[in-house]
Design a binder for this molecule. Structure first.
Ligand SMILES: C[S@@+](CC[C@H](N)C(=O)[O-])C[C@H]1O[C@@H](n2cnc3c(N)ncnc32)[C@H](O)[C@@H]1O
Length: 294
């Protein structure tokens, strides 16, 4: 929707983007860069993993928006010799254009305006980002639809990710981005041989059950700004510092909002009996139910 975005001040004086149609701010806690750094870049250990990856390191930046997460990653790797492939997705370029046009007020885009402009115009840009060479591409379209068309993922040149920034608007306002089919398709798009971790700002039981049922290992993520806890998921248990445990599972069984969304419509419901059974069989809980005998 054209004219959807406005600049709004945060308590700490920084500015961020507000979408009128979703009624939500981007990075409402610490502000764009600090929140992006803590929640995505630091938690996903981008600085540590990029230099130890022989091939190019691939980040899927889901919900490009005003590119604060992407720019936090770019700033983090400037001093690291290596190759970064940043694959951004959004169904609109409006927040990117808005952030570019309000670069001085937002501060975080400063220094990356040319790359943002190229991305808007060409949908891709290659550049030397300090010591790190970067290939940044923007896929404009409905992310769930893109994932659903598995042939697009398999036969196009979408490299499978090492890290995923999952930053849609909230499940209540943007339910199409938080359904079980979306996360099942996302899990299928990973390369099982390529360790991949994802973080997102939600800590809801509904999101965590959805990720577990989609095939991910799931854990508690660090606090960031307004959130006392976030969520981390991965295709390898060893990428998760604090995996959800049996106590979390028991709480989920009692929760009144834990059943994954099957359709792009927000609803709250306790786990249905078949879902409870599947959840108990998630690999990370099976492992903890069968401790090695001594
Ligand atoms: C919270 S904002 C992202 C903020 C962004 N990561 C940043 O750092 O500035 C959520 C983004 O998800 C995008 N989005 C919502 N639904 C989508 C869909 N179905 N497909 C792709 N992107 C979607 C919105 O357009 C919006 O830009």
């Amino acid at each position: 929707m054209s004219g959807d975005y406005q600049l709004v001040p945060l308590a700490n004086g920084l500015k961020t983007l507000f979408s009128a149609s979703y009624g939500e701010k981007m990075h409402p806690g610490l502000g764009p860069l600090a929140e992006a750094e803590l929640l995505y870049v630091h938690q996903l250990k981008i600085r540590e993993r990029l230099p130890s990856t022989e091939e190019e390191f691939v980040i899927w930046d889901i919900g490009l928006g005003g590119a604060a997460n992407a720019i936090a990653a770019l700033q983090a790797v400037r001093e690291i010799p290596g190759k970064l492939r940043l694959v951004s997705f959004d169904n609109t370029s409006e927040p990117l254009e808005f952030a570019l046009n309000n670069s001085a007020a937002l501060q975080y885009p400063v220094g990356y305006e040319n790359q943002m402009a190229d991305l808007l115009r060409e949908r891709r840009v290659e550049f030397a980002n300090g010591k790190c060479s970067v290939n940044w591409e923007f896929h404009l379209g409905d992310f769930p639809a893109l994932l659903n068309s598995s042939s697009v993922i398999r036969h196009s040149n979408f490299p499978p990710p090492h890290a995923i920034f999952y930053d849609a608007f909230s499940p209540a306002k943007n339910p199409a981005m938080w359904t079980l089919p979306v996360f099942e398709n996302l899990f299928r798009a990973l390369d099982p041989a390529r360790p991949c971790a994802l973080t997102t700002y939600s800590r809801s039981t509904l999101l965590r059950t959805t990720l577990l049922l989609a095939g991910f290992f799931v854990g508690t993520g660090h606090a960031t700004g307004l959130k006392e806890e976030t969520t981390m998921a991965a295709n390898r248990l060893d990428l998760i510092a604090e995996p959800l445990n049996a106590r979390w599972l028991e709480r989920a069984m009692r929760s009144d909002s834990a059943e994954p969304l099957r359709e792009p419509v927000y609803s709250r419901a306790p786990l249905a009996p078949p879902t409870r059974e599947k959840l108990r069989l998630a690999p990370q809980f099976i492992a903890s139910q069968n401790p090695p005998s001594t």
